[in-house]
Design a protein around this ligand. Structure first.
Ligand SMILES: [Zn+2]
Ligand SMILES: [Zn+2]
Length: 265
């Protein structure tokens, strides 16, 4: 069994990350439709009917748009906090309540033999979380939609071998761009999104604590460019003496298609 993590979609048009550990198949967020989800898993020879859990980070539509239909079609259990579920419920349509498992940030839970920890993030949703997923081949962290890389993020992501990390916007592009002023303030604020520079600082911390692979994720289409995000993070890592591809593998997650998987071994 190959263990891997892969971004199926990334960005405000839809987010979903698939993680295969030695014991479980997990999906973090499901912001693509049922057909595309099944086709995405098929690219990696994975059966949607064998997925053990959908883990929800928060209720924004780019993270939940496909959750209801996929739960109905493939009978996949949903793991979410009570507040997020309550807020998201109207968007999910009719679902089987027996499939809903409520989680509490800071309390680890187990899916098959895989331990999962949800931790609070700073974002303008009702109860946003990031995830750390344990694996014998190295833990995997997922944190997108976060205004800051705070103490919770540091504590819960340190030591993860692979991290899906938000690198949403370039500050200059945001502030010189066409977004309305209140939206710029929101994105750049503590409950908004992580900038390339903030992602670069987070990357340095993570690399210092054992991370070997980074997927720069949830890039803004209007306020960022993949090459800019990549260069910002690479330059910061070079400054602390890390060499790309030798000390760390970095990729930008694709917006409209599946990215190359990160194999855990
Ligand atoms: Zn989002
Ligand atoms: Zn969001």
């Amino acid at each position: 069994m190959t263990c891997f993590g892969v971004s199926l979609r990334s960005g405000s048009s839809g987010n979903s990350t698939f993680i295969r550990t030695e014991s479980a198949s997990l999906v973090v967020d499901l912001g693509l439709n049922g057909k595309r989800f099944a086709m995405a898993l098929d690219e990696f020879d994975q059966d949607p009917n064998q997925v053990d859990a959908i883990l929800l980070t928060h209720e924004h539509i780019d993270h939940i748009s496909g959750v209801g239909v996929v739960m109905r079609r493939h009978k996949i259990p949903l793991y979410t906090t009570l507040s997020t579920f309550t807020k998201a419920e109207a968007q999910l349509g009719k679902i089987d309540y027996d499939l809903v498992h409520l989680i509490v940030p800071g309390n680890p839970f187990t899916i098959r033999d895989t331990e999962v920890m949800a931790f609070p993030t700073s974002h303008d949703a009702v109860d946003p979380v990031g995830f750390r997923i344990s694996s014998k081949h190295g833990d995997v962290g997922v944190m997108t939609d976060a205004g800051e890389f705070n103490e919770y993020a540091r504590e819960n992501l340190k030591g993860c071998k692979l991290v899906f990390l938000e690198s949403n916007y370039d500050k200059e592009m945001l502030w010189n761009g066409d977004y309305p002023y209140p939206l710029k303030v929101r994105i750049d604020g503590r409950s908004g999104h992580l900038s390339n520079v903030e992602a670069a600082q987070a990357a340095c911390f993570l690399l210092d604590h054992g991370t070997e692979a980074l997927a720069l994720s949830h890039l803004s289409q209007e306020n960022n460019l993949p090459a800019l995000a990549l260069d910002t993070v690479k330059e910061a890592l070079e400054e602390i003496g890390a060499q790309n591809e030798k000390d760390v593998r970095i990729r930008v997650s694709e917006r409209y298609r599946c990215s190359a998987p990160f194999v855990l071994e």
